[in-house]
Ligand binder design. Structure first.
Ligand code: ATP
Ligand code: MG
Length: 750
């Protein structure tokens, strides 16, 4: 999975090589007191990912040692998150509470060794006696109790003879230890509370520092991976296992940096506050950073895994820009989902010179997505367009419909406005328009120039749907609490109109609504009678909306610059100039242009690469993605702009596919070899020759006769499946465009 090796994998490999362990066993140990969030996803990816990479296994263990806050519903949510991310835990789900009897036995053993004692100071005294960082602590007088007395008291604690807080069991270590955690840490406390699994069987509960290391040991865990805040706990971890002289192999603890993301909170306490206070609609509210929230919103597991992979594993805590996560989901959906049309804020247009209905055959996917499929798009006399795609008095630079300016209706004719109908308040309620019969997309002989294409739906055929738009839950990039909540984080549109195929054909559950963003059929509230869609994420140029805001209230002299979602600081003048050049002159999309313009190292690299070949878009994609990632994770680059230009040339010329290019890039980054040499040495040249591809296609078609029958019976969605199988068969080397054509031909002609 992860190509580059992180410090944890380095340790694991050394331990395998030296023979310290024969099998790698990790665990993911959440406390079942809240729903898992994106931070947990990172931990899941690390623990399960390492186990998988080294053919070991990973346990899912509930760290349920705190009876008052835990609940089975959280256990279910944790299981669901792990499964959804595509991982499997070894055997059954484990519970620290299953080990209570064993952990107790170990406590007795420590007492017998004179390494633990029952203390009867109260909580406040214990704190006071502990001392400070500058001052050593004092040991309680109860530490002198005899082993017999301690055994007796511990036994009676267990039997329930004492009240909460009357006694505790402590390790006898060192009250002047520099590490405060080593100053006779608590091992057990009395808690007369009902536990969600052990019921009333126990009234003493082991502390984290005692339960965790022993649970790891009992399960045979080798690498106990946790977040940095547990660094000081490592000494106790080792102390317990060493003092008990447990037989080898024993686990060791390693720490990595917690994930933090801006514009959100990740502490379970704060999330619980949002849920319990009804500031959001439950744990799966799409605005929350919980896995359940992302899942409901429409994020894919792939996008989250990709994100975790991109941010890597580090030793220093850092804050990741939420824009990076959004980039990952967009990147994933861009390659997968059908494009359809939905009007969110409808304005009726009557096309006075049109009668009847026609069905336009419109592809679901743009040319650069290697998927096939199309739907019939009804066109008729009355259509809806987006209210802000028309302006009566447009500012300069407005490219859509105006009384003087015609516009293309996506997939079909050019439209010209003839008359504006207003209500008594002066609001526009309808447009009368004309279409140009000879201007249809693909067969346009009208000679009319338009500056943009807008989306639309046929009023009579469109389906009314509810659309839920989400903004950031917090308006501050580092929110503190409820006061930072964004009051406008949810907009519900109840009368949006979507083209009928979305509801009747259901080509997918996720869609790109053209020009609006990516949307997901809500898995809970959606019904055919009342379809509901969640906005997953905006399009690359989501800043456009903000620019539109300036368009509708134009201030002639002040030129508003695009604001890119997720970016906090405005661009410097030099960065703005680059951004303009990249978008206007070189034709990059806003997101890529933004990434490059804001980073001097990346833009310099990009400019240099451009001096070798003029392929601005392909180069930009490579620099903003692969090169940027490599710069982030590696200390020095093993390649220069010239090598990237060479790689991109091979893609542009069709020598290799973009997929293979990724593989070549990894190899380049690792070995420093030239891309051409890598392609030659590994035989990665793209296969475009039909004579070589046809046998593979024959084989796939022959092997999947059932699917072929279904396809022929009308399930055209299967087309992508056949293409995918052929690509897979070729080891990713087949040219997708050629395969597409050949498969289509084969299925048609048999
Ligand atoms: P919180 O502070 O939100 O209560 P926690 O650390 O107490 O979180 P646990 O359920 O105990 O939550 O965590 C289970 C595992 O997930 C632990 O190993 C923990 O280190 C890891 N984890 C929790 N939050 C993050 C995060 N933000 N980034 C990476 N790993 C995390
Ligand atoms: Mg915890």
């Amino acid at each position: 999975m992860s190509e580059s090796k992180d410090f944890l994998r380095t340790i694991v490999e050394e331990d395998l090589q030296s023979g310290k362990y024969h099998e790698i066993i990790t665990r993911f140990p959440p406390e079942p007191n809240g729903f898992p969030h994106i931070g947990h996803a990172k931990s899941i990816c690390i623990n399960f990912g390492i186990a998988r990479d080294y053919k070991g296994h990973c346990n899912l263990r509930m760290d349920d040692t705190n009876p008052t806050t835990e609940d089975m519903k959280y256990v279910e949510a944790l299981k669901d998150a792990v499964t959804w991310l595509g991982f499997e835990w070894a055997n059954h789900v484990r519970f620290a509470s299953d080990y209570f009897p064993k952990i107790y036995d170990y406590a007795v053993q420590l007492v017998k060794m004179g390494k633990a004692y029952v203390d009867s100071l109260n909580e406040e005294e214990i704190r006071e006696y502990r001392g400070t960082i500058k001052e050593a602590g004092r040991r309680s007088k109860f530490a002198q109790r005899s082993i017999e007395e301690n055994l007796d008291l511990l036994e009676r604690m267990r039997k329930g003879e004492f009240k909460d807080g009357e006694h505790v069991l402590r390790a006898k270590i060192d009250m002047s230890a520099a590490n405060m955690k080593m100053r006779d840490p608590l091992l057990y406390r009395i808690r007369h509370a009902h536990h969600f699994r052990t019921g009333d069987e126990w009234c003493i509960y082991p502390m984290y520092d005692f339960a965790h290391c022993l649970s790891d040991y009992i399960e045979g865990v080798t690498h106990s991976i946790c977040t940095l805040e547990f660094e000081n706990n490592r000494e106790i971890y080792d102390w317990v296992l060493d003092e008990l002289e447990l037989k080898l192999p024993r686990p060791y603890q390693y720490e990595f940096a917690r994930l933090g993301i801006n514009y959100t909170v990740m502490s379970k306490r704060k999330l619980l506050e949002l849920v319990n206070g009804s500031y959001v609609n439950g744990w799966d509210d799409p605005r929350l950073p919980t896995i359940a929230g992302y899942k409901r919103r429409g994020y894919t597991p792939e996008s989250i895994l990709n994100f975790c992979d991109q941010i890597g594993i580090a030793k220093a805590n850092s804050m990741v820009d939420v824009a990076q996560l959004e980039f990952c989901i967009r990147d994933d959906l861009n390659q997968k989902v059908p494009r359809v049309m939905c009007v969110l804020d409808p304005l009726k247009v009557t096309i006075e010179n049109y009668d009847g209905v026609e069905e336009i055959d419109a592809s679901y996917y743009p040319h650069d997505v290697p998927k096939e499929g199309s739907r019939k798009l009804p066109f008729s006399r009355e259509i809806y367009i987006e209210r802000d795609d028309f302006m009566e008095n447009p500012p300069a630079g407005y490219y859509r419909l105006t009384p003087e300016q015609s516009v293309r209706l996506k997939h079909t004719y050019i439209l010209t406005c003839k008359e504006i109908i207003k209500d008594s308040h002066g609001n526009i309620v309808e447009l009368k328009a004309e279409y140009h019969p000879n201007s249809k997309s693909g067969e346009d002989t009208s000679g009319i120039k338009t500056k943009s294409a807008i989306h639309w739906v046929s009023a009579k055929h469109a389906k009314k749907v509810e659309v839920r738009l989400y903004e950031r839950l917090y308006s501050s990039d580092a929110p503190d609490g409820l006061e930072d909540l964004n009051p406008d984080s949810l907009h519900v549109i109840t009368n949006a109109f979507v083209e009928p195929a979305v509801i009747t054909e259901k080509p997918d559950v996720r869609f790109q609504f053209e020009r609006q963003g990516y949307f997901y059929a809500d898995p809970v509230d959606y019904t055919d009678a009342k379809p509901v869609f969640n906005k997953i994420v905006g399009l690359k140029d989501s800043w456009a909306k903000k620019v539109e805001a300036t368009e509708s209230a134009p201030k002639p002299e002040t030129k508003k610059l695009p604001i890119v979602e997720g970016e906090v600081a405005p661009m410097s003048e030099a960065e703005q100039a680059l951004f303009e050049k990249y978008t206007m002159v070189l034709g990059l999309n806003n997101e890529i242009a933004n990434i490059l313009a804001r980073d001097t190292q990346l833009s310099a690299f990009y400019e240099e690469a451009l001096s070798y070949i003029h392929s601005p878009i392909s180069l930009a994609n490579s620099v903003a993605n692969e090169v940027a990632r490599e710069l982030k994770s590696a200390s020095a680059l093993n390649f220069g702009a010239k090598e990237i230009a060479e790689l991109v040339t091979m893609i542009d010329e069709g020598t290799i596919s973009t997929k293979i290019a990724k593989q070549v890039f990894e190899e380049m980054a690792k070995s420093g070899d030239h891309p051409k040499a890598i392609v030659e040495a590994k035989g990665l040249t793209q296969i475009s020759d039909p004579a070589k591809l046809k046998p593979m296609i024959e084989e796939i078609i022959a092997k999947n006769s059932e699917s072929v029958a279904k396809y022929k019976a009308g399930n055209t969605n299967l087309f992508g499946f056949f293409v995918g199988q052929v690509l897979k068969k070729s080891g990713g080397k087949a040219n997708p465009t050629v395969v597409n054509e050949l498969v289509a031909e084969k299925l048609k002609n048999g």
